[in-house]
Design a binder for this molecule. Structure first.
Ligand code: BGC
Length: 545
């Protein structure tokens, strides 16, 4: 049976506002996205993930929605979305969108109405006479809040919010909320989206004496959404944003009856950890601790996204280590994380950027690229909140980076100006013409991956290596077996691999790699993908296989 489309998809995350501005108002729009589909098709990604584009006061990048069924006028209209979907589909590209189910903006008419004394909508949100209920629920935005309750003088009560205080949480005990959210999902799927990322799903319900995360009631409701999608639509995908430990996040797959996909949040910081320590141990142990997932389900894996690089899924000691290594300046830290982009995090070092991408594109899971990382875009960590990683896409070397015809002061956010990362230094046009560029390297890797189905749906096995800096695994399906090796250390390494196989071809590699029998030699931060002969035996199989 053919694997579902998301199993070998390569996702590209992009906010509408950041990609391309066609009407010169300084903000990206749907017409701009449509115009730049050529680029995405050329690059070789297969599914676009759009950040929220709905009516919103934009106090949380659009995750604060004031009308779920609308498009923010500065981005375009519902018809523009339809055109964008049609054009994407015509090129064989899929598109998913973010839907925020946990909360609304405080400007949403539901909340404005619910605040009024005696309102019939009161029960759409969660209220309390005291700020003491649910004391075990952690605060997520630790930089700006110390409580999940905020007093509303109009309502004469406290309202509950897991994120910003301008984002009241919806009350899923209210059947009207359950129906409304289901209908919103129906609306966007009917318009033609191939899937939806449901934001912040662990927090839908609140219960006394719990931490309010991953509650059984939440799973019951999410299964109801999945059943609706399966009954009413073909070939669609639901993706869970659940920043949780592996044992908790696998619950969001249910028994194949909840989400099709979920992000592997704990893997991501461990890739950075392994690189900082020059040791593969942390990556290997999180993969060993990751339970198997039901057939037809799939991890979403990523290096960076529009948020801070979250350090919630590591220990306190590991977090401090990662902060010290990757966010030496306090302004680089945000909440429990780091607000920097991939290239500056890795000191602009091509070898490390390529190493992490070579793993992102071969580990088990569908990779999510973050717009601009394919050209090594920089960040502006002194901007507010997480704005520093959401700056305009850099198309050319002009002052507005070819993103807009507006004057630079009128852009929704300034173009990156930090040394080495300004449009003059980093842009699509220059890299397209340069055979040695990161952009062309990324495109080549995507092309290779597309021709190697084992890297999509293939089975995964860790391969033990004698040197702890070396991370090795195989991916295999009926067509091929691929051996992936990587050296996390900044020194060259020679290591034995505990695997019985014979390579037939080097698919891709960093310079300085050689494989003699089962002895691999890799340069500092070297890596390689080898095609190897069938059948093969992994001497020590992954725990649980
Ligand atoms: C989104 C964030 C947002 C938060 C609250 C998250 O899961 O990724 O960007 O700030 O939800 O809405």
């Amino acid at each position: 049976m053919k694997a579902p489309w998301y199993v070998d998809a390569v996702f590209y995350e992009v906010p509408v506002y950041a990609f391309f501005d066609t009407n010169g108002d300084g903000v990206g729009d749907f017409a701009g996205l449509t115009e730049r589909l050529d680029y995405l098709e050329w690059l070789g990604v297969t599914c676009i993930w759009l950040l929220p584009f709905y009516e919103s006061p934009l106090r949380d990048g659009g995750y604060d929605i004031s009308d779920f069924r609308s498009v923010l006028p500065r981005y375009g209209t519902v018809d523009d979305v339809r055109t964008f979907l049609d054009e994407s589909h015509r090129r064989g590209l899929r598109v998913i969108a973010d839907v925020i189910v946990n909360h609304t903006s405080d400007q949403h008419p539901w909340f404005q109405e619910a605040r009024l004394p005696g309102s019939p909508l009161r029960s759409r949100y969660v209220w309390s006479d005291t700020p003491d209920r649910f004391p075990d629920a952690r605060v997520i935005f630790t930089d700006t809040h110390d409580s999940n309750w905020t007093w509303d003088p109009v309502a004469g009560a406290y309202y509950w919010h897991r994120f910003f205080d301008h984002q009241p949480d919806l009350n899923f005990d209210d059947p009207a909320v359950q129906d409304e959210i289901e209908n919103i999902i129906r609306f966007w799927l009917t318009l033609g989206f191939d899937g939806l990322r449901l934001d912040a799903v662990p927090y839908l319900y609140e219960r006394d004496n719990t931490n309010g995360e991953n509650l059984p009631e939440t799973h019951t409701y999410l299964k109801r959404l999945r059943a609706m999608v399966d009954t009413e639509f073909d070939d669609r995908m639901l993706l869970a944003e659940a920043n949780q430990w592996p044992d908790d996040v696998v619950e969001y797959f249910g028994e194949g009856d909840e989400f099709h996909m979920a992000y592997h949040f704990p893997l991501m910081p461990r890739l950075f950890m392994a690189l900082a320590q020059g040791d593969a141990g942390s990556v290997i142990s999180i993969l060993e601790d990751t339970p198997d997932i039901p057939d037809g389900c799939r991890w979403g894996i990523f290096l960076r996204n529009h948020d801070e690089l979250t350090l919630e899924m590591v220990t306190g000691e590991e977090r401090q280590y990662l902060w010290d290594r990757y966010a030496p300046e306090p302004s680089m830290r945000k909440n429990v994380g780091i607000r920097r982009r991939l290239a500056p995090l890795l000191d602009g070092d091509r070898r490390r950027i390529e190493l992490l991408h070579a793993l992102l594109l071969s580990l088990p899971g569908s990779p999510f690229l973050y717009y601009g990382d394919e050209i090594g875009m920089g960040d502006e960590h002194l901007l507010e909140d997480r704005d520093g990683v959401r700056t305009p896409m850099q198309w050319d070397s002009s002052p507005t980076a070819g993103f807009s015809t507006a004057v630079p002061q009128d852009l929704y956010l300034p173009v990156v100006s930090s040394p080495g990362y300004s449009p003059a230094a980093v842009n699509v046009a220059a890299q397209r013409d340069n055979p040695g560029s990161l952009l062309l390297w990324t495109r080549k890797m995507l092309d290779l991956r597309a021709g190697m189905s084992a890297l999509g749906a293939g089975a995964f096995r860790l391969v033990p290596a004698s040197d702890s800096a070396v991370f090795a695994f195989v991916r295999s399906d009926a067509d091929a077996t691929v051996l992936v090796v990587a050296n996390f250390s900044d020194a060259p390494v020679t290591s034995d691999l505990d695997v019985d196989l014979a390579p037939t071809a080097t698919l891709a590699t960093a310079p300085g790699t050689s494989l003699e029998g089962t002895t691999i030699t890799l340069d500092a931060h070297g890596w390689a993908w080898f095609r190897v002969e069938h059948p093969f035996t992994v001497i020590a199989a992954r725990h649980g296989d």
